[in-house]
Design a protein around this ligand. Sequence first.
Ligand SMILES: Nc1nc2c(ncn2[C@@H]2O[C@H](COP(=O)(O)OP(=O)(O)OP(=O)(O)O)[C@@H](O)[C@H]2O)c(=O)[nH]1
Ligand SMILES: [Mg+2]
Length: 336
Amino acid sequence: MKKNNDHTAISKWINSIEKGQIRSLSQAITLLESTRVEDQNRARNLLEGALERLNKTGPTPTIRIGISGPPGVGKSSYIESLGMHLLSIGFRVCVLAVDPSSRVSGGSILGDKIRMERLSTQVNAFIRPSPSQQVLGGVTHATQSIMSLCELAGYTVILIETVGIGQSEGAVADMVDCFVLLNQPGSGDELQGIKRGILEFADILLVNKMDGATKYLAQQTLQSLRSTSQLINHSLKNYQVPIIGVSSIEETGISESWQAVAKFLEQATSIGYFEHKRQLQQEQWFKKLSEFYWLQYLHSAKHSTPLKNMLLKEMQSGKISILEAAQKFTRSLLNN
Ligand SMILES: Nc1nc2c(ncn2[C@@H]2O[C@H](COP(=O)(O)OP(=O)(O)OP(=O)(O)O)[C@@H](O)[C@H]2O)c(=O)[nH]1
Ligand SMILES: [Mg+2]
């Protein structure tokens, strides 16, 4: 009986998400972000119901864009300007934040900084700050699930803000259709630094703060990036990564940057690269979920406590190494 009640409640919940009710969507996201074991079944039922509904409505038209760059480069400001532009041309915009640094700093990208004041008051925009709980690697296992809920709620563009500080970009790049990298006005030397790691993920390169006191430096940076653009080896054949100057504050270059995104998506779709990326997104999602379930199993496997205690004792008395202990423990769980 209780199960049936739950089923009906979840079905109603999904209905109101589909109708675009923000409160229902927010509550659903909170449930998906929950790391409490007792929430997992409901979260799963909700997500499965939502995915079923999405499948019925056919391939989703929602575009997923990752926006990355170093702290303070203007990601939130750019998202606000781009978001307003997208609303003006008829999109419904959802903003999500993935904060790889919050595990260390306990902070949140949107928490106490720019709150996207204009965008957040628009009826066709939904902004969800970074959750406080994060999983290893910084990208939450829930982000993919949340994107699906936002699709169900009728958002046609999802913008994901993430700080570009290293390893997390690859994971975020695999979750989106287009990855936009913002650069600071700065010296050529700094650019060399950026190039090594993260440039390879970028589908679009922007230089922000092309205004006021930083305009000249930004222009130099733009030129310097353009002069090295042949070094960028994009995995989409014959695709030249566009390098565009923008001012998120003065709102210049914003619509040009969106045209670049649209053009990239068009080109990517025409040769099947878009589909390929969507498959990568599914793989990434599968991997993140498996890791999540595995960690949950690891922490909740009560039957393994005696073995764990024994191994800890052996380790502490120097009988076995810490590596051996951890390996033995993991293997024993796998065999159960
Ligand atoms: N002059 C100028 N300042 C800008 C521009 N965009 C952002 N800023 C300023 O740069 C600072 C950081 O902007 P944010 O949008 O918070 O940058 P962010 O990359 O989201 O920062 P984190 O989320 O902390 O990594 C703020 O003081 C903004 O006002 C721009 O186009 N021109
Ligand atoms: Mg920000």
